[in-house]
Design a protein around this ligand. Structure first.
Ligand SMILES: NC(=O)c1ccc[n+]([C@@H]2O[C@H](COP(=O)([O-])OP(=O)(O)OC[C@H]3O[C@@H](n4cnc5c(N)ncnc54)[C@H](O)[C@@H]3O)[C@@H](O)[C@H]2O)c1
Length: 323
């Protein structure tokens, strides 16, 4: 394979970031795009040169793509992935890989059977600090996990619609939930509480909760808690803290902290996780080595299952009455 020819389905903000990232890699060519918004597709063509197709199937049948980046919003998933796999086209599906677990599982099964190289958007796994944390934690008992995703409301209108995004946990905090799975193992029982407090002051049509807390147990016997809000524009946090017998480990952004009897260290890495994620996907395609991908579609399906369980919305306040 001379160059890996890439097509995009959905070319919004995240797709454009991937397009810019792929330009930093050798042996990659952006050949094809499709977006339901033809104007947006034309913008991408004018800026980066790919051919615009009138539909997903036209793009897949063009013979011009070896791999597809699926970058549609969560509500627009489930219809095309099996067509991609059936054609032997490799797939990077942005997170979350849908909103319906049964559909995602069916697609995951088909992808695994097809043998295509597959990846998801769980980019934090590629941080050097996360890899060091994983090595440190290997074989160690985890007692407790504390985690947070706190920030302001993203601008896309679909984001604040529960039936379109799944809410902050499913759409965004899924990165932290995925990291907990990756570093500390699988969840067992989950109890969550959500409320809609002030989001309608920003977006009167919003249907997602804007604050939430989750308590959970893990299969290992560990316990944990998770807190999230999307109406905190002036303070952000996306941490995973892990407590075990005699140690404390925290991933905060690009920073890893470990405190134990032998060390009290904090180190920051400079990893561009999108670059490493896209590089691993392309390299896996070139070499046929799926193991280079740190977050396969199947892994993303497991994380979707966890976030859907986390995100089972139990409003504790009447959204209309909330101040
Ligand atoms: N990994 C990360 O860090 C990260 C960051 C941001 C977004 N994302 C994910 O990327 C995906 C896209 O997010 P975004 O921020 O780019 O959203 P966006 O709204 O900016 O872009 C989505 C694009 O998809 C197009 N689209 C919608 N339905 C479509 C359909 N049926 N067929 C073709 N195109 C369609 C829209 O017209 C739009 O251009 C989401 O799943 C999101 O969670 C991942």
């Amino acid at each position: 394979m001379d160059k890996v020819r890439i097509g995009f389905i959905g070319v919004g903000g995240m797709a454009e970031h991937h397009i810019k990232t792929l330009r930093k890699l050798d042996g990659v060519e952006l050949t094809a795009v499709y977006d339901i918004n033809a104007e947006r597709a034309a913008q991408i063509r004018d800026a980066y040169g790919p051919e615009v197709f009138a539909g997903e199937r036209e793009l897949l049948d063009s013979g011009k793509v070896d791999a597809v980046f699926l970058c549609t919003p969560p509500f627009a998933r489930g219809n095309i992935e099996e067509q991609i796999a059936a054609r032997g086209i490799h797939l990077l599906a942005e997170k979350p890989v849908g909103l319906d677990l049964e559909t995602a599982r069916r697609i995951g099964g088909m992808i695994a059977a097809s043998g295509i190289i597959n990846s998801s958007g769980y980019c934090l796994r590629y941080l050097e600090t996360v890899q060091k944390a994983k090595q440190y934690l290997a074989g160690k008992q985890v007692n407790m996990v504390l985690s947070y995703r706190i920030g302001g409301l993203p601008p896309a209108k679909w984001w604040a619609q529960l039936d379109k995004s799944g809410g902050q946990i499913v759409e965004q905090a899924t990165h932290q939930v995925d990291l907990i799975r990756y570093l500390a193992g699988e969840f067992d029982q989950v109890q969550s509480f959500y409320a809609q407090r002030s989001i309608r002051g920003i977006d009167p049509q919003a249907t997602i909760p804007d604050v939430g807390v989750v308590s959970f147990t893990m299969r290992s016997g560990a316990v944990g808690s998770f807190a999230n809000t999307s109406v905190s524009p002036h303070f952000g946090r996306g941490d995973v803290e892990i407590f075990g017998p005699g140690y404390y480990l925290a991933i905060k952004g690009h920073t890893l902290t470990i405190h134990d009897a032998d060390q009290k260290t904090t180190e920051k890495c400079e990893t561009d996780f999108y670059l490493e994620q896209d590089r691993a996907f392309i390299e896996a395609i070139r070499t046929g080595r799926q193991e280079l991908v740190l977050g396969s579609f199947a892994e993303a399906v497991e994380t979707l299952g966890a976030t859907l369980a986390f995100g089972e919305t139990k409003f504790v306040a009447d959204p209309v009455a909330a101040g």
